[in-house]
Design a protein around this ligand. Structure first.
Ligand code: NAD
Length: 289
């Protein structure tokens, strides 16, 4: 397929490389990054022109809307706009409506799996859009990922992503504060892991991504909490979840508390640049609030 790929940062560049390796013809554009091995265009519109599928992997909804506005007129009729960025549900639905009004297909498909998953081609895609559009981009999901779930109409991919990450943020905090409590009660971390990871307190945060160094499978905790999944990206996703909850009048008290704690951690407590599991050293010192 002929593919335009806009946004070639930490995630986009390895995803584009996997598409090239699989034989697709990729033209990229990025306002700052100049990744090796990818043919670059001079503008987003030029990268999108004539492509069967245009993939976006950009920082936020505002930028996605701006780029969509810039490329939409030049896109091939019948081609598909595939947005893999994590953005707010409302922007995702607005971009999809714009694409459809121009005779284009639209799929929102945020990913889970991080930079490692993007490099290895093992991402999970959670997709929103018409069944036909999903089917047309499915071969690309199969190259860039290990799994793609069609979650329903436009915006539902973003909905799945923020609901998943709201659970992740809350369980990581619960796991970290429980380990810090166990420390103070004199319980060994290995014993804590051995019990919880096989009992009803288990979760991905404890079992697969244990926030305690030297315990459980290798995780960013074993690498001085270098990300992995940065605390500021978790904060971004929790804020998107809170924004969506407000819009649909959903009650999300645990998500709200997780968003507050990650905001405090990133903005006031030197958490920026650390993995989101660095909440554990943060809880080792008791702080009020
Ligand atoms: P990044 O900052 O490394 O990459 C974003 C790229 O977009 C940058 O290279 C930037 O120069 C480019 N860009 C910004 N504005 C642009 C514009 N107007 N036109 C063209 N290019 C533009 O971010 P990332 O880590 O690659 O994340 C991309 C998306 O994937 C985000 O929405 C993020 O939330 C999501 N995501 C990231 C991870 C992760 O672990 N990094 C995991 C899952 C999802």
């Amino acid at each position: 397929m002929k593919i335009g790929f806009i946004g070639l940062g930490n995630m986009g560049a390895p995803m584009a490389h996997n598409l090239i390796k699989a034989g697709h013809d990729v033209t990229g554009f990025d306002t700052a990054a100049t990744p090796e091995g990818i043919t670059m265009a001079a503008s987003a519109a030029e990268a999108a022109m004539g492509a069967d599928v245009v993939i976006l992997m950009l920082p936020n909804g505002e930028i996605v809307q701006k780029v969509a506005d810039a490329i939409i007129d030049g896109m091939l009729k019948g081609s598909v706009l595939l947005d893999c960025s994590t953005i707010d549900v409302a922007s995702a639905r607005a971009v999809a409506a714009l694409a459809r009004s121009h005779g284009l297909g639209a799929v929102d498909a945020p990913v889970s799996g991080g930079i490692g998953g993007a490099q290895a081609g093992t991402l999970t895609f959670m997709a929103g859009g018409a069944t036909d559009d999903f089917a047309r981009v499915k071969p690309l999901f199969d190259v860039m990922g290990a799994r793609a779930v069609h979650c329903g109409p436009s915006g539902n991919g973003q909905a799945a992503k923020i609901c998943n990450n709201m659970i992740l943020g809350a369980t990581m905090i619960a796991t970290c504060e429980s380990i810090a409590l166990a420390d103070k009660l004199g319980l060994g971390r290995q014993e804590m892991f051995d019990v919880v990871s096989t009992s009803s307190g288990q979760s991905w945060s404890m079992n697969t991504y244990c926030p305690a160094p030297g315990i459980g499978p290798t995780s960013p905790a074993d690498n001085d909490y270098r990300p992995g999944f940065a605390a500021e990206l978790m904060l971004k996703d929790l804020r998107l979840a809170m924004e969506a909850a407000e819009q649909v009048d959903a009650d999300t008290p645990m998500g709200a508390r997780a968003a507050e704690l990650y905001a405090q951690f990133v903005e006031n407590e030197d958490g920026a640049g650390l993995d989101f599991s660095a909440m554990l050293p943060r809880f080792e010192t008791r702080r009020r609030g």
